[in-house]
Design a protein around this ligand. Structure first.
Ligand SMILES: [Fe+2]
Length: 332
């Protein structure tokens, strides 16, 4: 009966789809099943009785010896490695298990499982996910662009309702971009200044229209209400990833270089660069536009005002550049 059982065990091990090689405690191969013959391109009758190390190509001897040493350590039970057969272009997962008789190492078994199909599915899944991520990123970008153009339209619509402010943000944007291009050439900075200047007054959508379009002098309460627009603007733009910098630029476009502006009283270069640029052209455009209570100021007079306020209200370096571009007829 014992012999029969032994035969059954042997037949089972011979026929399982996984490759199986068993070595004794001297690293001598004592069993190779059919699948292992196929996977490793060896013959059982030639391999059995030989050292498992010698059944490998010479360049792998050291590695195989290290693996065997590792298996013989008391704490090692099992480990797996992924092996690629470059000839057949198939992938195998080899599981190496130390076999112990109570405490003594008596040999090891290596089971090779063909995982080519599983890997193929994983590769397809990864490619699919990558593709999906790219599509989501593309769509997110498009959505953000849509948001930006909606916000730009909103600013323009808001300004168009009042003949005194009509086209203000577009003019500010045009001048701010000329300045940024003059300094940076083709650069992401220019794009940032463009978005920031186009949207700097978006917060005015949160200001009561009666206050916004009031032709007479504003009361303190009304003026304080208007002064909320940079903060409202930041809140509107902040949730959009692409508008993080323009959101900050909107918050700080009424700061003054000497620190006496609002909302945070930032000074000098603490003020974002886009805000320092916007501040100059925003003021220039306001001065040269008509108001219900005054005619538009002459361009040269407005440029004089900018000059007088360099280092006080305006960044002197950006201000000098504005004046350069103004006197050379490139701006304003
Ligand atoms: Fe403003």
């Amino acid at each position: 009966m014992a012999t029969n059982n032994h035969e059954i065990f042997k037949a089972v091990l011979e026929q399982i789809p996984e490759g199986m090689i068993i070595v004794d405690d001297n690293d001598t191969i004592i069993f190779v099943n059919r699948a292992a013959e196929e996977i490793r391109r060896i013959q059982a009758d030639q391999a059995i009785g030989r050292s498992v190390v010698l059944c490998h190509p010479e360049k792998s001897f050291k590695k195989v010896q290290r693996a065997l040493q590792f298996l013989k350590k008391d704490e090692t039970k099992t480990f797996t490695r992924m092996i690629r057969d470059t000839v057949k272009n198939r992938y195998y997962e080899n599981t190496y298990t130390a076999v112990r008789d109570t405490n003594n190492y008596i040999g090891a078994v290596v089971i090779s499982r063909d995982i080519t199909e599983r890997r193929k599915i994983e590769e397809e899944k990864t490619a699919y996910l990558q593709n999906l991520e790219e599509k989501v990123a593309e769509l997110t970008g498009k959505l953000q662009d849509l948001f930006i153009s909606s916000m730009t339209s909103l600013v323009n619509a808001l300004e168009a309702k009042d003949p005194y402010t009509k086209g203000h943000s577009l003019r500010v944007c045009d001048m701010a971009m000329k300045m940024a291009e003059h300094r940076y050439g083709v650069s992401q900075k220019v794009k940032e200044v463009e978005l920031s200047s186009k949207l700097h007054d978006i917060g005015k959508v949160g200001i009561r229209e009666i206050v916004l379009n009031k032709p007479e002098k504003l009361t303190d309460e009304e003026f304080n209400h208007i002064k909320e627009h940079p903060i409202i603007g930041e809140k509107i733009l902040m949730p959009i990833e692409k508008l993080k910098s323009p959101a900050k630029a909107a918050r700080h476009h009424h700061e003054r270089f000497d620190g006496t502006g609002y909302p945070d009283g930032l000074k000098g270069e603490e003020i974002p660069e886009s805000s320092r640029v916007i501040s100059i052209v925003d003021t220039y455009d306001a001065m040269t536009s008509a108001r219900p209570y005054r005619p538009p100021m002459k361009a040269e007079k407005a440029a004089e005002e900018i000059k007088k306020n360099l280092g006080i209200q305006f960044d002197p370096q950006w201000g000098e550049m504005f004046l350069d571009l103004f006197y050379s007829g490139s701006i304003g």
